[in-house]
Write a protein that binds this ligand. Sequence first.
Ligand code: PAF
Length: 292
Amino acid sequence: MKVAIIGGGAIGLLFASYLSKKHEVTIYTRTKEQAKMLQEKGLSLINQQDETQIIKLSSFPMDQMNQVDSDIVIVAVKQYHLNDLMDHLKSIRNSSLLFLQNGMSHLSYLDTLPAESIFVGVVEHGAQRIDPITVKHTGLGVTRFGLWKGGLSFEEEELSEEGFPFVLQANPTLMLKEKLLVNCVINPLTALLQVPNGQLVDNPYYYQLFQVVFEEGVHALHMSSKEQLFNKVEQICRKTAQNHSSMFKDLQVGRKTEIEAIVGSVLEEAKKNKSRVPTLEFLYNAIKGKEV
Ligand code: PAF
């Protein structure tokens, strides 16, 4: 298949490196410099055994994304960059689109797009962009995806690679809500408290905050199977105990965070169903304040 990947961050580079094994991949990056470096030097993937593989692929800056003729276009930019791409995305008709943003606020965009098939996905891999042409696969996971609109135009096996599986989900809304719940509990708390994920369950005081935010999130998102979800979020903290969340890292390097896409989305849901979410409102403002 011809695969286009929009976005040269950690997730875009990770997808480009694995999907290049079987497919003809073109990556579109924000800067001309990154596209040029990728074209000239190739993309380096560092696996969990610290082995490096160099992958050759085509790369262009996003502003040259005029006629995308790929079978599938994977949109791997942050939710707050989607607006800049809307004109390009509106011109894509004969490809399938797969959106990998956190949160749920991008869903309202999707219905305005003419593409034949639209998928949404959540990425459960750990990835770190070491430099513009190097990505490290820091945690093996899966990519869950579900059909949002149109027909099922590709199968999970077509995209799956060893160490990089795709899993089709029957209920994409539930899939996104579950990821949103995980992120709205772990990300703002770890970013504000400046602790690795494991501290939220190991420190008894932070664990109380973890419980309060979980309760607010689960009600705001109208989710059932509360106990199961609680165990899931707790397990993620334990499995990634030494890791720093993406929001923690964003604040650390002075980058814009995904607070709007994550906590902002939950606050929107809370407003719709008149759910009280004082701690999430506090976290939203605290992180916004730190971004200034
Ligand atoms: O955003 C992140 O950092 C990750 O999605 C998660 C699961 C919170 C673990 O760090």
